[in-house]
Design a binder for this molecule. Structure first.
Ligand code: HEM
Length: 501
């Protein structure tokens, strides 16, 4: 009896949804415009059951039928998917109403447990101020004479390279070591992480990182169903608990920064620069937008959360791709030797290592780490390409569809760094601009510059020291990736053979 009632309610909700969709699609709104086309779904769950384990591929296929912009119903979420460079730019660069974040359960839960996060906050005045401080702080750190990126990467590399060397040219899974190296770099750059107690520190970061990727997976029950957080309450509890030690770790490190920094000469790391940038904010704005110490701490927490796994997974992609394509690896190493000789790669060399920079760009494109970027939401009723998009619509930016569009990247399935070089072997700036792993527009990644610099150093210096080989009997699977918010590579054991200098 109860089951029958549930079915009846489901059918009724579905019928109402369909009627509403028909009304909207036929132009029943203040703009008199239709909503974007898209596939029909099932009652209540909408298109969720058809998303599959690789939603970006499902959306890319749907875009072939419905066009660059289409919509799907995922449970209670109406989602508009943007699939081409032009439409992505038009929405995110030209229209401020696309700068929101969704109100879905994962976002609400995360904001509650990390109340001042700006990355997951909708595009309001507070977000604007916190983002501005983060950008100013990263810029201040990069240009300060205390910018220690090269030295910090050097220190972390020493340990990583020693661990790789200790594998004695045997097959070995480097995942844990890469994780430790990248956590150490970003933690030191951001807030002077003291790694003397490394093993105790890394465990909670790793656990929170894995849970985070799963918690924000596209189209999950939690993300899309109204009672999702109730149904998945154990998962929610587990996720919130996993964040606690990481929050405590960052906050403990930042406590001292809040009193340390008075002027630019005092800037030792990004947290110092955040504190200084916050101090320099006009006091009326500070009061009006509630710029408390907790909000200041949260900026650094956000940067750590956003800047750690992304760099780590990109580094792993680069290593795997270089192992899978030994000719690319050899050519990149040769260029490093020509430009740097025996000394380690420095940031200043980046303008001369065209092929290595092309390898990094192709790694970004090929991996498309955040396939659907971070979800946005419309903050106002708006229009795009002649379609009406109501306030509160979730927006997915299908970066993967663009990065695999043969119109921009011929033979997109192939790993070809040469596509970014001019005929005389220089980096082609126009083609480089076409790769957008950091998003575009109002919410574009604030850590882009730091990420590019860090990855360039990590990859280049590894190539200067080691030849990376895959096991031909157990080749690397570069076509698939781990599910979740970030598309991490599937790791197989590799050989790291120390190069005799
Ligand atoms: C390869 C490395 C990285 C990739 C691929 C990446 C990619 C992205 C993407 C796609 C977004 C979402 C943009 C949008 O919503 O439209 C984003 C946002 C963000 N990223 Fe990154 N990122 C990387 C590294 C970093 C680093 C190193 C930091 C900080 C140190 C960082 C900090 C942030 C923050 C704070 C946001 C949120 C911005 C906002 O909501 O206003 N990211 N990133």
């Amino acid at each position: 009896m109860i089951a029958w009632t549930i079915v009846q309610i489901g059918v009724l909700v579905w019928a109402i949804q369909m009627l509403w969709k028909y009304y909207k699609a036929s132009g029943g709104n203040k703009f008199g415009l239709p909503e974007p086309p898209g596939p029909y779904g099932l009652p209540v769950v909408g298109y969720m059951p058809f998303l599959g384990s690789k939603p970006h591929l499902t959306f890319t296929k749907l875009s072939q039928k419905y066009g660059d912009i289409f919509q799907v119903q995922l449970g209670s979420q109406k989602v508009v998917v943007l699939n081409s460079l032009d439409v992505i730019k038009e929405a995110h660069i030209q229209d401020a109403s696309f700068a929101g974040r969704p109100n879905s359960a994962p976002f609400q839960i995360f904001l509650k447990s990390s109340s001042s996060s700006f990355s997951f906050r909708t595009g309001n005045a507070q977000w604007k101020l916190l983002r501005k401080i983060a950008i100013k702080a990263l810029g201040m750190f990069a240009s300060s004479r205390n910018s220690r990126l090269e030295a910090v990467v050097g220190e972390a590399n020493e340990e990583l390279h020693a661990e790789l060397e200790a594998s004695n040219g045997e097959y070995f899974d480097p995942q844990q070591n890469i994780f430790s190296c990248t956590a150490s770099v970003i933690g030191t750059i951001l807030f002077g992480l003291d790694f003397s107690n490394k093993d105790t520190l890394l465990k909670p970061i790793l656990s929170a990182n894995q849970k985070f990727a799963d918690f924000f997976a596209t189209g999950s029950i939690l993300d899309s169903l109204p009672l999702g957080s109730l149904i998945m309450r154990h998962k929610v509890k587990d996720f919130v608990k996993s964040l606690e030690p990481v929050v405590a770790l960052v906050d403990n490190h930042i406590a001292e920064h809040l009193v340390h920094c008075e002027e630019e000469d005092d800037v030792r790391d990004v947290a110092d620069a955040v504190v200084l940038a916050a101090k320099q904010t006009p006091s009326d704005l500070k009061q009006q937008l509630g710029l408390t110490d907790d909000r200041i701490r949260c900026i650094t927490r956000d940067l750590f959360g956003a800047g750690f796994a992304t760099v780590m997974e990109s580094f792993r992609w680069a290593i795997n791709l270089l192992a899978a394509f030994p000719d690319v690896q050899e050519r990149a190493r040769k260029e490093l030797a020509e430009v740097c000789g025996d000394r380690p790669l420095q940031l200043i060399d980046r303008s001369n290592i065209h092929y290595n920079e092309a390898v990094l760009l192709e790694t970004f494109r090929f991996s498309s780490l955040l396939t659907l970027s971070l979800p946005h939401s419309t903050m106002e009723d708006t229009t795009l390409r002649g379609y009406f998009i109501p306030k509160g619509t979730t927006i997915f930016t299908n970066l993967f569809a663009h990065h695999y569009n043969p119109q921009y990247f011929p033979d997109p399935e192939s790993f070809t760094p040469d596509r970014f070089l001019t005929a005389d072997g220089k980096l082609d700036a126009d083609k480089a601009q076409l790769v957008i792993p950091f998003g575009v527009g109002k919410r574009r990644c604030v850590g882009e510059n730091l990420a590019r610099q860090e990855l360039s150093l990590l990859i280049g210096r590894l190539l200067q020291q080691f030849e990376i080989r895959q096991d031909t009997n157990n080749p690397i699977n570069i076509r698939d990736a781990m599910p979740g918010l970030t598309r991490g590579p599937i790791q197989t054991p590799l050989i790291f053979k120390k190069i005799a200098l």
